[in-house]
Design a protein around this ligand. Sequence first.
Ligand code: MN
Length: 710
Amino acid sequence: MIRISDILDRMAEHNPEADLSVISRAYVYSARIHEGKVRLSGEPYLSHPLEVAGILADMGLDVTSVAAGLLHDVVEDNHAALAEIGTLFGPELVHLVDGVTKISTLAFKSSKERQSENIRKMILAMADDLRVILIKLADRVHNMRTIQFHTGQKQIEIARETLDIYAPIANRLGIHWIKKDLEDLSFCVLEPEKYKQIEQFVAAGREEREEYVTHVKGVIEKKMAENGLPGKVSGRYKHFYSIKDKMARQNLRLEDIYDLIAFRVILDTVAQCYLALGIVHDTWRPVPGKFKDYVANPKPNMYQSLHTTVVGPEGSRMEVQIRTWEMDKVARQGIAAHWSYKEGGRVDEKTKRTFAWIQNIVEHHKDIKDPKEFLDSVRIELFPDEIYVFTPAGEVIALPQGASPVDFAFAIHTGVGERCLGAKVNGRMVPLKHVLKTGDSVEIITQKTPRPSKDWLSFVKTAKARNKIRQWFKAEEWERALALGRDMCERTFRRHKQSLGAALKSEDLGRVLGELGQKSPDELLASVGFGKLTSLQVLRKFVPREELAPGKEETTGLAGPRKGEATVYVRGMDDILVRFGKCCNPVPGDPITGYITRGFGVTIHRANCRNAEGLDPERRIEVSWGGEESRAFPVRVHVEGKARTSLLSDISGVISKMRYDTLDLQMRTGEGNFVDIYLTVSVPGTDHLDRVIRAILKVPGVEKARRVSR
Ligand code: MN
């Protein structure tokens, strides 16, 4: 078991000036919390945080990360600990410990969702400080190293999760040694036989291969020396998981894998790297298509190297990686290299250039000179445009930043989106335009019949939701237009003693469709519903004017728009004549709903009108107030107050002073000295009405004033 003094020694060595007392204090506190607990291995529990802290110290991380490593499991053991950590160690440590704890409690149910790239991204996005991930990775490395103490089934679960989630995260962050360790440790658990097979194969040919490695090394070193290139050459076995992976990908047998060993040449400068590459290509024939220049084009995880495969001595292929010492450090430590303390305490210009990639994802990177400050302020911006939320089943859905429950519903399934009625986020009801955050758990409440709302278009962020909503309305509006158009035509035909049904079956149909530019009878009727044609136009195409029985009226309420009066927008139907319900007198600004009235277009009611509630929901249609309003609407207002002379004239006076028309005014004297006044005022909208009511309330003697239905 590693001792705290070893960790302190390592930290002091990396960073002689740092104040290490926080590490000692974290150790004492962690020992107290974990006291008496043992691991499955039988060792004291404390050995685990110590090992994790040791790994973090080896990674060259800062004092805070190492202290957080010591504390990373105390919250799981003692729920009160987080507040206490705050008091004892300050907010930064709370932040790190809390982050690690949160990620540890995420449970991924199916292997399918574990493998999802979304999970990895979500974890990265959830930790707003990358050190949280580094601590979690160190935790997982030690847990995998001691996995043999778990039961078989548990081992498989942990190994699977490690391979699906944590190894790819390590890879993305460029921490190659962790990726390698996690992959091999998991591989050993999941496919023990295959692992052993590779192990034995490698062991069997080891001696022979040593000679080969020594020979190749010797050749490269000699040629480099001849060219005055200083550098180190090494040959090492590829890790077992990558060998297995290669066998699987290329369908090879173990015997067919020649490049078990990768050679590595490390030099001082980039220029030397390309010279060394030239030497290697000069000595052995390069395999076409195998040269990769990750120096000029670094991998997204910052990795830089020249890779080439050549046909080596004995005709076997071998891979050679060439890089500088700086690149080698990044290749080994990845993003963690950035948290290391540097000699002299400054991030030099060259290092900054090397880390151009990370710099792009770091906030405020331009202004930060001090590495400590730089470390503290680094936040994950790897995927700034995406959020990751959970379905009730624990599946992760990726959505754009700013997405709503409606986007989520359509992402699940179009049918869910169209039936979406409400949403719960983390168990609480939210409005449908609620903005989702990474980590939210979202549940959609659906209704039986699909009924999207046009409002949704104002806040959805995904193209899918937008397109599906539009499509739905297009289809639905067409259906309604068709029904309305059929109604209107039937009525017009009947009034002139004609039959629409017969007309549509007659041989005139083709000619009429052609003359009116319609493709089918349905399109013809829908065009009437949409107001593109009038029913009378259709009738006259079928029956010449002189043969027409005179109708009761030439135009009906549905004949077409009257200019200046289209104040209500009926969904999808331009220029439909609307009437206003006499029962509730809707005024612009009121929530309204429309009903298709047989033969009379659409009647508008206030959304809460009792009469409208009794009407057939099938005939309901979405309506909204049109833009600029010039027309005024009658509204009934009930005023209560104390009787006095000139009360009525004072009230009508304030109304006319505001330039509204009073259409009707009645007064009834009630009990005692009280009077009821009913008046009808003509206003263009609810905001105007509010102003009128406020003014009436200011009239002396008035005690109440409110809008009434009738
Ligand atoms: Mn742990």
